[in-house]
Design a protein around this ligand. Sequence first.
Ligand code: ZN
Ligand code: ZN
Ligand code: ZN
Ligand code: ZN
Length: 435
Amino acid sequence: MVDFGLLSLDMGNLKDVDDEAEFSNGIADLHIDGSRGHTEAEAGDDDEEAENLLVGLGFVQPVEDSEKWKVERQHFPSKVGGCPAWLDPINIPTGEQSTCGICDSPLEFLLQVYAPIDDIDDAFHRSLFVFVCPNASCLEQDRHHQSKKPEENPRRCVKVFRSQLLRKNSYYSYTPPSGEDDLPISEGAALCTWCGIWKGHKACAACKQTKYCSRSHQVEHWRGSHAVYCRQVQAARKEGKMDVNIPVCSPGPVSDKLWPEMELVVDEEDNYEVDELSDPNANVPASDKTKSKAQLLLEDYERRREAGEEFTAADLEDVHEASQDMQLWAAFLAKIGKAPDQVLRYCRSPAAKPLWLSLNGQPENSGIPSCSHCGSRRIFEFQVLPQLLNFLDFKDEANSLDWGTIAVYTCERSCGEGVGKGYAEEFAWVQPPPE
Ligand SMILES: [Zn+2]
Ligand SMILES: [Zn+2]
Ligand SMILES: [Zn+2]
Ligand SMILES: [Zn+2]
């Protein structure tokens, strides 16, 4: 006999808990499910359908020292910079997944978005993580790899990971966090002492205390402060004083290369209206203020037309493309102008499309590979805007990253099976800045 008693009791408990406190729905608080306004859109008119979708906008907000707890993993944060708040703190990506496919350096953490899906049980908690190689030249080369098919082993320097958990899991309380004093119910894997991002699976051979994700981070830490500390530990050990309290070497990450940690707060695009008086160019990243290639080309043709020059079919094709490009750029500025500080646009819907900055550098129809775990198609979920670059505080301006947009595509089913434990790699398409 099957006993349903316990099951219904469980469900009863679930309800009670829900009445008291609730989990944050993260970015999905906005109920962005693509269900708004479909009746008005003409059937089959993709653009109009996409126009009607609710979009969530992400804005960065500094994290005060007294509020650091808000971006810890048991609070399911959306955030930029610092170290990732790994949702699954044990099965963190390792090996090739954690390094740049081009230069082999460990990837830098860019941002994470908490985006659970209501009607998928094992996505009760769900976070997406974006990593980028900080070397500008790798991002340049990535352009040639991103359009390759998975079987051609593209070497990527921008990687996205998806992690999701049932409500009942071994890392977090079944009940929602209530505030500052909440702790995760289990410890995470030891992380690299230097970067605090990746698993620390190599230990310093001398002191056997500090752990690293890679040889390169061990070398950087040694040059930094570890050499002195390590010798102290060894000396103490020789004198048999190991039980004397030696301070832990650099608790937390010590690398100064992490990007500034900021909370990512979300609001609905509908809450913003265009200010008619504002100049849409005013808040565009500085590099885009100069005239675009398309603009220069159009001006050149205008001069030639006035001079009575004849145009070939190829010329006219160029003019057509350039003016389309200008239109796209103007449309981008108009959209962004509603809330110029937005750094991220979120809309998980099969009808949603990224807001492109130009015709150039968009993926071909077949350019988005299907989910490597279940074979379903991937759909657009969010895009990172160039505005984020203004907040990243590049130490070396000349070699700083630059992108038009990073569009993230994820499994349409947000599949759990086949993914196993830990993290499923998803897909990022990087559109370069307009020329
Ligand atoms: Zn690299
Ligand atoms: Zn490391
Ligand atoms: Zn050591
Ligand atoms: Zn899948």
